[in-house]
Ligand binder design. Structure first.
Ligand code: MG
Ligand code: ZN
Length: 220
């Protein structure tokens, strides 16, 4: 068999192909999009809640929330000022996939927004394997989870474009060695952009928000 046949089509699985369609849809509306991933309790919804008021009057934001059963997170996003908040109930699935995101995108007038935030299901394993079609993948780690997470969940840390380290206000109280954590990240993802912050105290949020705004501005 010839070795040089085009194999790209074969490598892309069905999910990846749908993710590309999602990306085209988002991109052609001029929207910048992020996929927020984390373990349960790391602060995905809290980060959205703290971020939205800081984007008020600057960006029009849509939030899509993946959850196994409830609409609590979408309600919180709407309350925090999202112009639209859509819930995807995964019906027990522990991650979002491109089909689910497509269903949610169909409910949004995409050209009404500048930024789309997708909150994935809380899980540190499989969300990394299911592309959704967003511009950037972002992982939220949190201090109380421990400093060994990059070593235990390398797949998640390897693929992301940015890393938020939440709950830094707890650093004095828990045995979290930042240098050990960062060494683990460095090996897996040397160029990842890192945002240490605290959703509780607000420390570091300004840098994160500025990055979001700049990312939207750079997006044609
Ligand atoms: Mg949440
Ligand atoms: Zn899963």
């Amino acid at each position: 068999m010839p070795q040089n046949i085009p194999i790209v089509e074969n490598i892309l699985n069905a999910n990846d192909r749908l993710a590309e369609e999602n990306f085209t849809r988002i991109e052609s509306a001029g929207v910048f999009s992020i996929n927020l991933m984390a373990s349960p309790g790391a602060g995905k919804t809290s980060l959205i809640e703290q971020t939205l008021p800081l984007l008020k009057d600057k960006l029009r934001v849509a939030v899509i929330d993946g959850d196994i059963a409830t609409s609590i997170d979408a309600d919180r996003a709407a309350k925090a000022g999202a112009q639209a908040a859509i819930q995807i109930n995964t019906g027990g699935d522990c991650h979002l996939d491109a089909v689910m995101l497509r269903g949610a995108l169909e409910k949004l007038e995409m050209d009404q927004f500048d930024l789309l935030i997708v909150e994935n299901v809380g899980n540190l394993v499989c969300p990394a394997s299911f592309k959704l079609g967003t511009h950037k993948s972002i992982l939220i780690a949190s201090v109380p989870e421990g400093d060994d997470k990059p070593y235990k969940y390398p797949g998640m840390y390897r693929g992301v474009d940015a890393l938020v380290i939440n709950k830094i206000d707890l650093l004095p109280y828990v045995p979290f060695r930042m240098d050990y954590f960062e060494r683990g990240v460095q090996v897996l993802n040397p160029n990842v952009k890192t945002f240490p912050l605290s959703c509780r105290t607000g420390e570091g949020l300004d840098v994160w928000v500025e990055w979001l705004i700049q990312s939207v501005m750079r997006n044609p």
